[in-house]
Design a protein around this ligand. Structure first.
Ligand code: PLP
Length: 418
């Protein structure tokens, strides 16, 4: 094709002016062979970097063995992956495999609806169906996902949305206490809001949410699609945020778990939800939910390899060491354009004071900065209008991190008025 930027692909993404051909570790290469440091990593997807040998080997071997059969049959990779997830969660429960984060969250929404039907409002006997989510949250692009999402821009023009969602201010326990109604059956939150601009739940908020859920018989659902599986320095994101005692009822993942092969999942607790001991994980019985590709052998074997590599090489510890390096280096610059560094591990938001930078009129500061960083061969995604994100592979080296920081500093200097 003469100009691939003109390909007949629906223009739902504003793409950066770059065509990528190849990747290796923390680097990707364009048509001219120019190399870029990839601190976007597929938006927190390429946990092991590009074309990691263990991943390539797993994909090759599984492709030769069995790529796909229906979920009407048992397969080893999915069984082993579910077993590993249960060990990592460290709470008895069961996993459903999907293909993406939005699809995993749709599963959480269906679980919440089943729970609300199983445990109706004790006063009126009517099924509970309302799910509380938070402003600035992001839960995916399906109709369920955009209905759950607390950002107007993803919903524009798609009415009517799925009813039964209420969006409250994040990290505000008072608002939450007031927002719970007799119909509330679940609270869904991202331990660190990603697309909303990298905003972490405070430990007090998480503890308060957990307490309210217990008192009011409400499910606590965590969307760890972006922050899960090691990125925050712990395999379970909530454990990185200072509340290891939290007992979620269900968790969704996708992005980093497959390292680039599409897979999503949700896990749900085996705890009993009534007097006769029905486990929460049994409210979705045979025939109640499904996904043709979900957990197919190729995807499951790859995810098994990715998660095994993350734990075997203690990449969560590397995420924390690199966070320290990034925070210390940036604060040592005392750069007037840097407003703050937010987040945890390798899910960091670097906010700038746009008024200290030469940003062309009419352009969004974050996007302009991403474009200038790209020209200097560093790829990062934006986070809201005034911040960029650092989401490199979890195995990023100290020297690649240092190189990325040097590019950031140079770019900020170039954009600073002289
Ligand atoms: C990316 C993301 C999703 C959606 O995942 P897809 O795989 O794009 O459907 C959902 N929740 C969070 C927190 C995300 O970051």
């Amino acid at each position: 094709m003469s100009d691939i930027t003109q390909a007949p692909i629906l223009a739902t993404y504003g793409r950066f002016p770059l065509t990528l051909l190849r990747g290796e570790g923390t680097r990707v290469f364009d048509e001219q062979g120019t190399s870029y440091l990839d601190f976007c990593a597929g938006i927190a997807v390429c946990s092991l970097g590009h074309c990691h040998p263990a991943m390539v080997k797993a994909i090759e071997e599984q492709a030769r063995t069995l790529i796909h059969v229906s979920n009407l049959y048992h397969t080893e990779p999915a069984a082993q992956l579910a077993q590993l997830i249960t060990e990592l969660v460290e709470i008895p429960g069961k996993t459903f495999f999907a293909n993406s984060g939005a699809e995993a969250n749709d599963g959480l929404i269906k679980l919440a609806r089943r729970f609300g039907q199983h445990r109706p409002d004790p006063e009126s006997g009517t099924p509970r169906s309302e799910i509380i989510t938070f402003q600035q949250s992001f839960h995916g692009r399906t109709l369920g996902g955009i209905s759950a999402t607390g950002q107007q821009k993803v919903k524009e023009g798609f009415n009517p949305l799925l009813p039964g969602f209420c969006h409250l201010p994040f990290n505000d326990l008072t608002a939450l206490i007031q927002g719970i109604t007799p119909s509330t059956c679940a609270i869904l939150l991202e331990p660190i809001q990603g697309e909303g601009g990298i905003h972490a739940a405070t430990p007090e908020f998480l503890r308060g949410v957990a307490k309210l859920c217990k008192e009011k018989d409400i499910l606590l659902l965590l969307d760890e699609v972006q922050c899960g599986f090691g990125r925050l320095g712990e395999m379970m994101a909530w454990r990185a945020l200072g509340v290891p005692e939290l007992q979620p009822d269900a968790i969704s993942w996708a992005k980093g778990m497959g390292g680039g092969i599409p897979i999503g999942a949700f896990w749900t607790n085996d705890r009993s939800v009534d007097d006769i001991g029905t486990p929460l994980s049994c409210l979705l019985e045979p025939g109640s939910h499904g996904s043709t590709y979900g957990g197919n052998p190729l995807a499951a074997q790859t995810a098994l390899t990715v998660l095994t590599q993350i734990t075997a090489n203690d990449l969560p510890a590397n995420a924390l060491a690199r966070e320290k390096q990034i925070r210390e280096t940036i604060s040592s610059w005392k750069h007037p354009a840097i407003a703050e560094v937010r987040g945890k591990g390798l899910m960091l938001g670097i906010a700038v004071h746009a008024e200290y930078l030469r940003i062309p009129k009419g352009s969004v500061p974050a996007i302009h900065l991403c474009n200038e960083l790209l020209k200097n061969h560093l790829l990062v995604p934006p986070a809201g209008t005034n911040a960029i994100r650092f989401l490199p592979p979890l195995n990023v080296s100290e020297s690649d991190t240092s190189e990325a920081l040097t590019i950031l500093k140079t770019t900020l200097d170039q954009l600073s008025p002289s």
